[in-house]
Design a binder for this molecule. Structure first.
Ligand SMILES: Cc1cc2nc3c(=O)[nH]c(=O)nc-3n(C[C@H](O)[C@H](O)[C@H](O)COP(=O)(O)OP(=O)(O)OC[C@H]3O[C@@H](n4cnc5c(N)ncnc54)[C@H](O)[C@@H]3O)c2cc1C
Length: 141
């Protein structure tokens, strides 16, 4: 069995809940054909309240209204249980908690705990696909 949900949820939060950073998205339509000329622009300074602006039309340029554009600003926000868990917090406290859940997961030899939630790691798409292929090969299926 492959499980791609949160590893702590699988074990009923036996040792407590792992923490995440979360995001709030604000989307707006602007009266301009081109806002930032690129799909993603990061903002890393302390004075800007958002961390990224996505301008959707640049992911698939040539489609959509030439006089308007849709942008989404990403604001960091605190995560509470029940919110979408976006980024794991790999500090000492959460790493130790994950280590305990991983030990339980490793005992379940007929299961793969996969993906970003099953392994409590941030992974880009290429990494998560490579890991899924490795895990499947390891199960000799
Ligand atoms: C905000 C954000 C931005 C990102 N940007 C990029 C980027 O620009 N480029 C890039 O390469 N990667 C990016 N990533 C990473 C990429 O999204 C992940 O690597 C990829 O989606 C992880 O795939 P996954 O299958 O592990 O997890 P997910 O895609 O989250 O899939 C997990 C699945 O498990 C299911 N599930 C959850 N709980 C349960 C349960 N209890 N029981 C059964 N099923 C359950 C969910 O419904 C979901 O279908 C980003 C991630 C985030 C969070």
């Amino acid at each position: 069995m492959v499980y791609t949900g949160p590893v702590d949820e699988y074990f009923g939060y036996k040792y407590g809940a792992l923490e995440y950073r979360s995001l709030r998205f604000e989307t707006e339509t602007l009266d301009t054909g081109n806002y930032q000329g690129i799909a993603g622009m990061n903002y890393t300074d302390a004075d800007t309240p958002f961390t990224r602006i996505i301008e959707h039309k640049h992911f698939e340029f040539g489609k959509g209204n030439p006089d308007k554009t849709v942008i989404t600003k990403e604001y960091p926000c605190e995560w509470k249980q029940g919110n979408e868990p976006y980024y794991p917090v790999n500090d000492a406290k959460n790493s130790e908690l994950y280590r305990r859940y991983k030990a339980k997961a490793d005992d379940k030899t007929n299961m793969i705990f996969g993906g970003r939630l099953g392994t409590y790691q941030y992974m880009d798409m290429d990494k998560v696909i490579a890991k899924a292929l490795d895990d499947a090969a390891g199960m000799h299926i």
